[in-house]
Design a protein around this ligand. Sequence first.
Ligand code: HEM
Length: 208
Amino acid sequence: MDAQHRWRLWRLGVFLAALAPLLIWGWQVASNAAGPEPGRYLLLNIGIGALWMLLLTLSLTPLSRLTRWKGFALIRRQLGLWTLAYATLHMLSYALFILGLDWAMLGSELVKRPYIIVGMLALIGLVLLGATSNRWSMRRLGKRWKSLHRLAYPILGLVLLHFFWVVRADLGEWAMYAAIAALVMATRLPPVARTLPRIRYRLSRAQA
Ligand code: HEM
């Protein structure tokens, strides 16, 4: 099998792995195995899924630096778009199952649950990143593209705030995600980012 074929299979594998949780949750709802509130079950699971996708997407650059494996860079755009897809489905499950598409209720909902505004801001940011994640936008925006895509960091902050606001009582799970996010962000600090290739070099020498 040639290299191009292998990379195509790798991307397909990632696509199927990212799709699988949605199919499983959908199947659980369809077969009445999603508990007494299937709508909320979908909303919460897809919300956590969106956070995972965002964290995975942001881990790819440090992982590339650490390993130099091309496969990580090859799935960056795909995972970024999966983050957007999960976040959009999460918002749609809110609109459908919680709001019941009763848009007149949205005003009072935003007052009662201001964390929704924070979630909306994060989603708007993700839409902006998704819309500019193509070669044409990269070429047009030039250097500004990189700055624009650094928006992913404040988006991660907004998502963690949104999540924190939802679970204020039980912070255990939130703290775990916040710790992973802090680690991922720490690997992007210039002094840490600079040491990643050195760690790779040392590891490869130790193996030789
Ligand atoms: C228009 C945008 C959004 C809306 C309307 C929204 C709405 C909600 C609602 C209603 C909840 C559940 C609150 C409850 O427990 O009753 C929630 C939880 C959550 N949302 Fe969002 N959200 C939005 C955007 C996002 C985005 C962009 C992400 C991640 C990328 C996200 C991740 C989460 C997470 C991780 C939870 C907690 C799930 C849990 O407790 O297990 N949300 N959101």
